[in-house]
Ligand binder design. Structure first.
Ligand code: FRU
Length: 502
């Protein structure tokens, strides 16, 4: 720590003097993080005129939750982001909570100018004095740079009605909104001809994982890989504020049908929750609207954090990062439909020359992997006949370790961060496991490491584990080993180079 005094001042507010300022930690190379201050959920994901927009829950005045406003960043390739000024600030009474954005191509709202379609955001206005959460509309006629708040467009008189996701439903030629009644663990569906007048259509839930609240719903029509030709299914994703698989907040999903008004899960869904990710740090993921017509992908991005310790994570001067954008689809498996997530292919363009392409024979003694740097894209094909565990260990300069590996006898893939850095919160030091069929004696792992985050994609996106980790100091050393038998590991590792400053 550097014993310097920092004065953080803004025109709107003076933040108390921080007696001791922290050392700035390494910025992620290819994950979006604002330059400073607090960030949570992704909001208003929309593509327009060559730019992917990433709005997000942002506190312009500090590095803890508060003063919620929409921050803004844009990218031309989904992986290099440019941070722009705050898009929608809080007002005296109303904070701008989570929501979504669309391009109103036909100008159904009437907010277009000069023959150009407006960008429309619908978000939750959180009014603590009135104890009300209701949905607000704002529009932009200059590619999201400046916004006019039109005002409230939907209220049901509740203090826990939030996180509207809007999209165009072509078969019914109608706008659709899904928002949660958070404490009731319900998702409500509304329809509209013009984004201003909304009519209640149906309600879904409680179902699957229940908890203190449901948040940030989304609904996406996804292709079924290996299904009937052209098969698609609707996937309703809902986040759970607590009691999710990673220990705190997390995401679940339901697969089913949607007729423009009502979501109906396929048989067998709605009992035990089906999780989107098995780590602790994947929350509030939502998908982009209006991707180019010639791009058939559905792509979403999540906030890499857990509400249990989100305000305590030891990062400075910003707190909160996004995952990489992930292409999502479904697979029809022995357990039914399952979500598949893969890092967007644009990430591969940032790979430098491979540092290693080699097979390693693993046993008890750790083998050093010639991987260098904190921003790495690594593929590891693991095979074994009798090992109880095979793993990759990241060790920092002070001996703290984050371990990523497999336990074949119990069909588990894990990320263990129980000794990954100095203690800062009781909920953090944990091991997270994903159930994976390892009975064939092999698994393929793709590991995205970026300074303080690991995103693990198992068997080409069949399961994922997303975890932050906070090392003490020094570079990371990579090694691998096997226990209770031997294993082989084919490794390819690329450094990720980010040319564009962000
Ligand atoms: C989810 C959430 C949303 C809310 C926002 C407020 O993380 O609690 O439900 O709109 O954050 O910042």
């Amino acid at each position: 720590m550097i014993g310097k005094i920092f004065l953080l001042a803004t025109a709107a507010l003076m933040v108390p003097v921080q007696a001791e300022a922290q050392r700035a930690d390494p910025r992620p190379a290819y994950h979006f993080a604002p330059k400073r201050n607090w960030m949570n959920d992704p909001n208003g994901l929309v593509y327009f005129e060559g730019e992917y927009h990433l709005f997000y829950q942002y506190n312009p005045h500090g590095d803890r939750w508060g003063h919620m406003s929409w921050g803004h960043a844009v990218s031309r390739d989904l992986v290099s982001w440019q941070e722009l000024p705050v898009a929608i600030p809080e007002t005296a009474d109303v904070m701008a909570f989570s929501g979504s954005a669309v391009i109103d191509w036909k100008n159904s709202s009437g907010f277009g100018r000069g023959g150009k379609p407006p960008m429309i955001a619908i978000y939750t206005g959180h009014n603590p004095k009135a104890r009300l959460q209701s949905q607000y509309l704002a529009y932009s006629n200059d590619r999201g740079r400046s916004w006019t708040v039109h005002g409230e467009v939907l209220s049901v008189g509740s203090s826990e009605f939030r996180d509207p996701k809007i999209f165009w439903h072509e078969p019914t030629k109608s706008w659709v909104m899904i928002a949660v009644m958070a404490l009731e663990n319900r998702a409500l569906f509304f329809t509209s001809p013009d984004l201003k007048q909304w009519t209640f259509a149906s309600s879904f839930g409680p179902a699957g994982g229940k908890g203190r609240n449901w948040e940030c719903p989304d609904l996406n029509l996804l292709p079924v890989e290996g299904g009937k030709p052209g098969e698609q299914r609707w996937v309703l994703s809902v986040n759970l504020g607590d009691q999710a698989v990673g220990g705190g907040s997390g995401g679940q999903y339901f697969v089913g049908d949607f007729d423009g008004r009502r979501f109906t899960p396929v048989d067998g869904w709605g009992g035990d929750p089906v999780w989107t990710d098995y780590g602790a740090d994947f929350y509030a993921a939502v998908a982009w609207n209006d991707l180019p017509r010639d791009d058939p992908r559905r792509i979403w991005i999540g906030w890499a954090n857990d509400w249990r310790y989100a305000e305590a994570i030891p990062t400075y001067p910003s707190r909160g990062i996004m995952t990489v954008p992930r292409t999502i689809s479904l697979r029809n498996t022995a357990h039914g439909y399952r979500l598949t997530q893969r890092p967007v292919r644009e990430l591969e363009a940032l790979r430098g020359t491979a540092q290693v392409r080699q097979q390693f024979h693993l046993g008890d003694a750790p083998v050093a992997l010639p991987v260098d740097g904190g921003a790495i894209d690594l593929k590891a094909d693991l095979a074994w006949s009798a090992a109880e565990q095979a793993s990759i260990t990241l060790t920092d300069g002070e001996g703290y370790q984050t371990v990523i590996g497999v336990n074949p006898t119990v069909n588990e893939v894990f990320v263990d961060r129980s000794r990954s850095g100095p203690h800062f919160h009781d909920g953090f030091a944990n091991r997270h496991v994903a159930p994976v069929d390892l009975s064939k004696g092999k698994v393929s792992l793709r590991l995205l490491v970026d300074e303080s985050i690991v995103e693990l994609f198992i068997n080409d996106g069949e399961q994922t584990i997303t975890d932050r980790f906070f090392r003490a100091s020094g570079p990371l050393r990579w090694s691998a080993s096997a226990r209770g038998g031997t294993a082989t590991m084919d490794v390819t590792a690329w450094p990720i180079r980010q040319e564009v400053p962000h």
